[in-house]
Ligand binder design. Structure first.
Ligand SMILES: [Zn+2]
Length: 343
């Protein structure tokens, strides 16, 4: 098959070679999926540069999120058949550990990671176990399905399952211009919350308003805590989805109301911060680490996308042979929505 392959880590975009590799062969219980689209993920660019923190065997086919059609099933596959449209979940969980059987498969310590520890979505085909995929609803396009599944499921896990947002609450979303952030804006709005979007770029904040944000904060010009309190009659926000870390995390904690919940997903803006824990117990603040969805959550968001309740945001589509150009655009940070590689 053709695939976008790396033979070593590298900062250059020409590290990715478009070439022929062995088509995967499904083992017992596995599916062979003809990939129709995959989305470029920050995990992919980190992995290409050797910054992911988990070693991949070379040559390697990246690709954390992909969608496609089953073309062959291995021995013992009972739940799926050729022709089924499916989305593999990036966590290839073991299915038998304590966390998996407890319904918390996103904590599975034995999971392989699609496109990281095994070949992923940057090829014409991929293989995975039958319990690693979810069905894609009829009527949802390949591009929309792949653009939305990971960001919406990630934001859903954080906001709905963990932070338990409720109608009428004030919800702050930082990095509202990013994939998970813009998904978080839509999910918080769908849940009936009043959404305050924060980003460092007025153009991205305007797009966040179009997706449903009620208020916006440009944190390059304004202090998140001060503006959030001003927008909430001095009370602060009930929930925050925080994805940046560093000083933005500190400002976001300052923005929290008494009893608030904060879900933290990323820390590219600073992994170590100084916090005053007096504020945590005085205000009964809860902080949750989040970031990995379950397949059940992916099924929910795919259904909401198919019904038009959540709208995936696609910045640009590329061919599989243009993966390097898609990475270049990703690293320019000059985009809103996802880059999708189609076949
Ligand atoms: Zn497990």
């Amino acid at each position: 098959m053709k695939a976008a392959v790396i033979h070593d880590y590298g900062a250059g975009f020409d590290t990715i070679k478009y070439e022929d590799v062995q088509t995967p062969v499904p083992d017992s219980g596995e599916l062979l999926i003809k990939v129709h689209a995959n989305a470029v993920n920050h995990c992919d660019t980190d992995l290409r540069k050797g910054l992911f923190g988990v070693a991949s065997t070379m040559p390697h086919v990246m690709g954390v999120d992909a969608v496609g059609e089953i073309v062959h099933v291995g021995e013992g596959v009972s739940e799926f058949q050729p022709g089924d449209r499916v989305a593999p979940h990036f966590m290839l969980t073991c299915g038998v550990c304590r966390d998996c059987i407890d319904g918390r498969e996103n904590l599975c310590a034995n999971a392989e990671v699609l496109g990281v520890t095994v070949w992923g979505g940057y090829g014409e085909y991929l293989k995975c176990g039958q319990h690693h995929v979810v069905p894609i609803p009829d009527g949802l396009s390949w591009v929309d399905a792949v653009a939305g599944q990971v960001p919406f499921a990630t934001a859903w896990e954080a906001l709905v399952e963990v932070a338990a947002i409720r109608a009428g609450e004030n919800v702050l979303v930082t990095a509202a211009g990013g994939g998970v952030g813009s998904a978080g804006v839509q999910i918080a709005k769908l849940a009936g919350a009043r959404v305050i979007a924060a980003a460092g770029d007025d153009g991205k904040l305007e797009r966040a308003r179009e997706l449903g944000a009620d208020e916006v904060i440009n944190y390059r010009k304004e202090h998140i805590g001060e503006v959030a309190r001003a927008l909430t009659g001095g009370r602060g926000v009930d929930v925050c989805l925080e994805m940046i870390g560093g000083d933005i995390l500190v400002q976001s904690i300052d923005a929290l109301a008494a009893g608030a919940r904060l879900a933290t997903i990323g820390a590219h803006g600073g992994e170590r911060v100084e916090l005053d824990f007096v504020e945590f117990f005085r205000k009964h603040i809860t902080v949750h680490g989040c970031g990995r969805s379950t397949k059940a959550q992916v099924i929910k968001v795919l259904d909401l996308m198919a019904r038009g309740k959540l709208k995936p945001v696609v910045h640009k589509t590329f061919g599989l042979d243009e993966a390097g150009a898609a990475h270049e655009l990703m690293e320019s940070r000059n985009f809103f929505g996802r880059m999708v590689l189609t076949r």
